[in-house]
Design a protein around this ligand. Structure first.
Ligand SMILES: C[S@@+](CC[C@H](N)C(=O)[O-])C[C@H]1O[C@@H](n2cnc3c(N)ncnc32)[C@H](O)[C@@H]1O
Length: 168
């Protein structure tokens, strides 16, 4: 959101978590004058997207979130994004890959996280086929890359897919 505001976009945002939304608003208020962004455009809750149902967006960015919900829920978001997308718009998102220490690269399960941080949240793993299924033929992929990060200190690795696509 910060980059979007710096680039001069009119920025909107949603998250399920009220904490996430309130801390984002507080952070942005420190960084920018209120003529640069409107806190009322950053909304929390399961139905937050409904506030924007009459809008058309040039850019939709789903940063590290479509993989924090069950695949079926992520599919509902993508269908909503398609309806909200301007014809020449671009949809950009990233999702976790099975390509991490201890898993196969094509692992595509939806897991409940057990580690201390984010305990009880959902982690939905993706390969290219699951990304295509997520898009439901409503978007065409123009770029899809898997970035694999190796941790020299921990002798481990992890991977995330970064995808740019346009409405069909
Ligand atoms: C890993 S965090 C990423 C947060 C932020 N996008 C970032 O890049 O720092 C995943 C976010 O997805 C949100 N999330 C999970 N399920 C959601 C849903 N059904 N609707 C909206 N947001 C959801 C969580 O509340 C959480 O803030």
């Amino acid at each position: 959101m910060k980059l979007g505001i710096e680039l001069g976009f009119k920025v909107f945002g949603v998250d399920l978590s009220h904490n996430a939304v309130e801390s984002t608003k507080a952070w942005l208020a420190q960084e920018f004058a209120t003529d640069k962004f409107d806190p009322k455009r950053i909304i929390a809750g399961p139905s937050a997207m409904d506030a924007f149902k009459d809008f058309k967006f040039n850019v939709i960015l789903a940063a590290s979130c479509l993989d924090s919900m069950y695949f079926s829920v992520a599919m509902e978001f993508v269908a909503k994004f398609r309806k909200l997308m301007a014809p020449e718009g671009i949809f950009i998102f990233d999702v976790i890959s099975g390509d991490e220490t201890g898993r196969s690269r094509d692992f595509v399960g939806d897991l409940v996280v057990d580690s201390e941080i984010e305990k009880g949240t959902i982690q939905s793993y993706y390969n290219q086929k699951k990304i295509e299924d997520l898009l439901q033929s409503q978007f065409k992929i123009v770029e899809s890359v898997l970035l694999r990060v190796e941790d020299n200190m921990m002798d481990s690795y992890s991977g995330r897919h970064f995808i740019a696509c346009v409405p069909v």
